[in-house]
Design a protein around this ligand. Structure first.
Ligand SMILES: [Zn+2]
Length: 246
């Protein structure tokens, strides 16, 4: 290769390089021009996102309706059959629908009861072979003077329960209020409305005679079902000291 040929080759290569460089710059400018063509006033909030059309498969209403009707028939509650229960403490026979019924009573499996007395509230239709007559002989020790006019005597404390709106013998008769849980008591010894001060076994307080129908040596404490204070609910019976307030 001569010197002049080498020069021409270098010149040609240089010219090619320049053209290539111009091409690159030119294409870059084009890209920038294209980018610059996007309108600057387009904001993100202007972009409309096409709503997805609701899926048409969620409309088979007839199928849903049929299912609902079918399950409706199955959830109609059947009336509980009448079951008879025996209260071991009071010897009273109740039905499972009685306001005096509670789960501590004994379920009666046969069609008769050897010894008991029918509840007057629910009037259970079951044969009672021998009627239980509660003890009527007063076993209350002779009341003793405890200073002034207040007399006290020993009684047996028992409890019974009922739902809200349970009436006692006296309150029902007088059209007065329903039994008050933790305040109303039953007594066959004290007349209706007597206020009694009770001492012993955590039952200390004043109670009112709103009910009757228990043995004369018993004060029967009324509580809302499930509200019998512990340990009274466990022990069932206590010996307490009772005095009249009025
Ligand atoms: Zn009853």
């Amino acid at each position: 290769m001569t010197k002049s040929k080498l020069f021409k080759a270098v010149a040609a290569a240089a010219a090619a390089a320049v053209i290539l460089a111009l091409c690159i710059v030119s294409s870059k400018l084009r890209i920038e021009n294209n980018a610059g063509q996007i309108p600057v006033d387009v904001k993100q909030t202007d972009i409309v996102i096409p709503e997805t059309s609701p899926p048409e498969t969620t409309v088979p209403e007839t199928t849903v309706l049929e299912t609902a009707v079918t399950s409706y028939e199955t959830i109609i509650p059947k009336a509980d059959p009448i079951v008879f229960y025996y209260n071991e403490k009071t010897k009273r026979v109740h039905t499972n629908r009685c306001v005096y019924w509670d789960s501590t009573m004994t379920k009666i499996t046969g069609d008769s009861v050897e010894l008991g007395r029918a509840c007057t509230a629910c009037n259970p239709q079951i044969e009672i072979k021998k009627k239980y007559i509660p003890e009527t002989k007063p076993t209350v020790k002779k009341a003793k003077k405890v200073g002034g006019e207040v007399q006290s005597a020993n009684f047996q404390a028992t409890f019974y329960t009922g739902g809200a709106g349970t009436y006692g013998a006296y309150s029902r008769r007088n059209g007065a209020s329903a039994l008050i849980s933790g305040y109303s008591v039953a007594s066959s010894y004290f007349p209706a409305g007597t206020l009694l001060r009770v001492e012993g076994h955590g039952l200390d307080g004043v109670y009112r005679v709103d009910d009757t129908g228990c043995a004369r040596n018993v004060i029967d404490f009324y509580y809302l079902r499930g509200k019998v204070p512990f340990p009274f609910s466990r022990d069932g019976r206590y010996s307490i000291k009772v005095s009249r307030v009025n």
